[in-house]
Design a protein around this ligand. Sequence first.
Ligand SMILES: CC(C)(COP(=O)(O)OP(=O)(O)OC[C@H]1O[C@@H](n2cnc3c(N)ncnc32)[C@H](O)[C@@H]1OP(=O)(O)O)[C@@H](O)C(=O)NCCC(=O)NCCS
Length: 140
Amino acid sequence: MACLKLDARALNGLWNADHWERELSDPRRICVGIAEGSDNLSAVACGWIVLDELQITVVAVDPEHRRQGLGRTVLKQLLLDASSAGARQAFLDVAEDNHGALALYGALGFHTIGRRSGYYRNGKDALIQSLELQTDIKLN
Ligand SMILES: CC(C)(COP(=O)(O)OP(=O)(O)OC[C@H]1O[C@@H](n2cnc3c(N)ncnc32)[C@H](O)[C@@H]1OP(=O)(O)O)[C@@H](O)C(=O)NCCC(=O)NCCS
């Protein structure tokens, strides 16, 4: 499955095949991807909508295609799709030392609203970030 291949390259195998299957088949979940050909996924962003909230579960870009705007493109499209489906606010967790992701999220208007202390296996904190979808999405 293309998602598993990208997961292995971009996220060091975060999710297994069952997890991806659930992510892609559950109607409450939405995923946006950019593919090269039929089996090569370059970027993906996924989340699930509960009532009027989007919880972003994954944003990943193939290491060979980073800094080309793909992360911004898939995340922005996910936010727009979620907004069209009725979501008013988006949330995500990001490691405090993930400077690339923090720069991307900041550029789209996300701001930190909380912290989960020692959340990751390496002891790093997770920052909880949020974005008001109706007002805060930066489209440029
Ligand atoms: C984070 C990630 C999704 C960014 O994807 P990307 O396609 O490289 O990002 P983009 O090219 O769309 O970057 C958009 C903007 O975000 C910022 N940005 C992205 N990566 C950056 C980095 N490594 N360092 C600094 N700023 C960065 C920049 O402002 C960039 O704009 P610019 O290139 O015009 O300066 C990608 O690095 C990735 O897959 N990382 C591994 C998985 C991961 O950490 N996911 C997030 C988990 S919370």
